[in-house]
Design a binder for this molecule. Structure first.
Ligand code: HEC
Ligand code: HEC
Length: 91
């Protein structure tokens, strides 16, 4: 250990820039993590008994009672984005 490097560390201008960048990245990740969540699946008898994508899509396809919006993802895992009501979690 070199004695001259001991002493109080003072952030240089570059250190402040680095910390600001780290801070911005952390905030962006926190905001991004909530973006995937959207409207929860309604907590009613209809939605509790539908257990397959086909069942969901019987009502939510373009001709259904409540179509998915235009440009909706073609993904199968509905519950990945449309969270299940808490009371279902034990299923
Ligand atoms: C028998 C028809 C039917 C089936 C099956 C069905 N839904 Fe629905 N869904 C509806 C209707 C009607 C609404 C709007 C009224 C309501 O809130 O119940 C709706 C609303 C929704 C909404 C929007 C909630 C909001 O706040 O606008 C989501 C998300 C949803 N359903 C997801 C699903 C998923 C996922 C499945 C399969 C597990 C599913 N639905 C199965 C009829 C159905
Ligand atoms: C990758 C994430 C994701 C997946 C997976 C997903 N959705 Fe969605 N869904 C969304 C987003 C985002 C919206 C738009 C919400 C808005 O307009 O506020 C949406 C909107 C909807 C709506 C319209 C809600 C309303 O306001 O009337 C319905 C119905 C719906 N989705 C059904 C489904 C069904 C059924 C599945 C499974 C086959 C599914 N979604 C899978 C992200 C997803």
């Amino acid at each position: 250990m070199n004695e001259t490097v001991k002493g109080r560390w003072r952030p240089s201008q570059g250190d402040w820039v680095f910390m600001a960048v780290v801070g911005v990245v952390i905030v962006a990740l926190i905001l991004g993590s909530s973006e995937r969540k959207t409207k929860a699946t309604p907590d009613n008898a209809t939605h509790q008994t539908a257990t397959s994508r086909a069942a969901c899509m019987a009502c939510h396809n373009t001709n259904g009672v409540r179509p998915q919006p235009a440009g909706h993802v073609k993904a199968d895992q509905c519950f990945q984005c449309h969270s299940q009501p808490d009371s279902w979690k034990k299923l």
